[in-house]
Design a protein around this ligand. Sequence first.
Ligand SMILES: [Zn+2]
Length: 435
Amino acid sequence: MAADSLALKQDVAYLASDELEGRGTGTSGNYAAARYLQQRYRALELEPIATVDAVSCAIGKDSADALRRNIESRSGSGTGVTPHARPCEKHFFQKFTPSSQVLAHSSLVRFLGTQNVVALLPGTDRELRDQYIVIGAHFDHLGRLTFGALDPGAGDAIRNGADDNASGTAAVLELARLLSRRPLKRSVIFANFTGEELGLLGSQFFVEHSPVPLEKIVAMLNFDMVGRLRDDKLIVYGTETAKELSDILESSNTTPVLKVRAVPGGSGPSDHSSFYNKNIPVLHFFTDLHDDYHRATDDAQLINAAGMARVVDFAERVSRRIGDRPSPLSIVRHAAPPPIARASSGSRPYLGTVPDMATVDAGGLRISGVTPGSPGDKAGMRAGDVIVQLDGKTVTDLETYAQALYARKAGDAIAIVVVRAGERVTVNAILGKRE
Ligand SMILES: [Zn+2]
């Protein structure tokens, strides 16, 4: 059985419709998308798996109840625990209220709670079913925010995020349908993350409050922007985060083959990073950037649904190979990025650029914005600029940027070369002091 490109197309069309206003984290459109996902998982008869309080549920419901009674009796009035809270009840929504420095810049003055949506497909093998594969994608997008948008001139126009990331969300729904027809030996958790565009908030919350022990998660497969397959080219990150993954990918890539460009490391631009940081092997599927990325023009009619179906078919084969193999995967840790603070902490320099974490192959460090009033802002840097040189040193990515920046100190004047609309532009900034 193969992926249904019509179903994929319809899911993207709904999630990226103006009705949901771009699914901005904390908005009603985001909540409507979450409810849609919940409804789909219910229809597939998947199980809710999120608990209000993962910690107390992990020690067992009875001991959690006893603990709570104990706390209530000692404090006299049950501080902080409402009498009706049932911490171990299972939900599809994993609710939380994010706190992030990013939110201060995002003009989200009033920030209410938000939610991941998580569902369990139990494994069929008695020995292996307490091990898990997480299949995930973020479902939030920018909404009407100009923060993070590459077309600030479009003002508060809806950024529908059809490719980013209604496409990955639809891919996860389709994988849920395909895998539930014939479950794996291991269990699968389908996870739709919120808050990715504000800094991987949802996946970070997931790994900090995982409904299952993290050491039982054998792999995480992430889908972020899989809706623009061109020339059969698929980028896969994390191919060397476990010894077995290269072989698994190769044997899963059957006719008609995809031209897979393998990126060995597991850190990078999307939610898989949160899992790799917890020593979980990851794969991230990505059909590359395009000119509509983070702009109001990322719309459903530009999606290649047949291409998405091919990515889903490939990912289903990969999931089956990981989920049914006798032994778990052997994690490979890649060296962490070098420490970036070189100058003494009192004078760490500050430029105020917001790196665009979703960009690869920009030929430098692309920035998705500049903090208003920051040294970078005063120097005239703009969203979409690609930094190629800083203080005479070549910049190719976040690491080389950080190395060049942190070699200087607050108060230093430096020249920065950016590529803007195809032209090299030199700007001069006086570095501020990072608090
Ligand atoms: Zn994305």
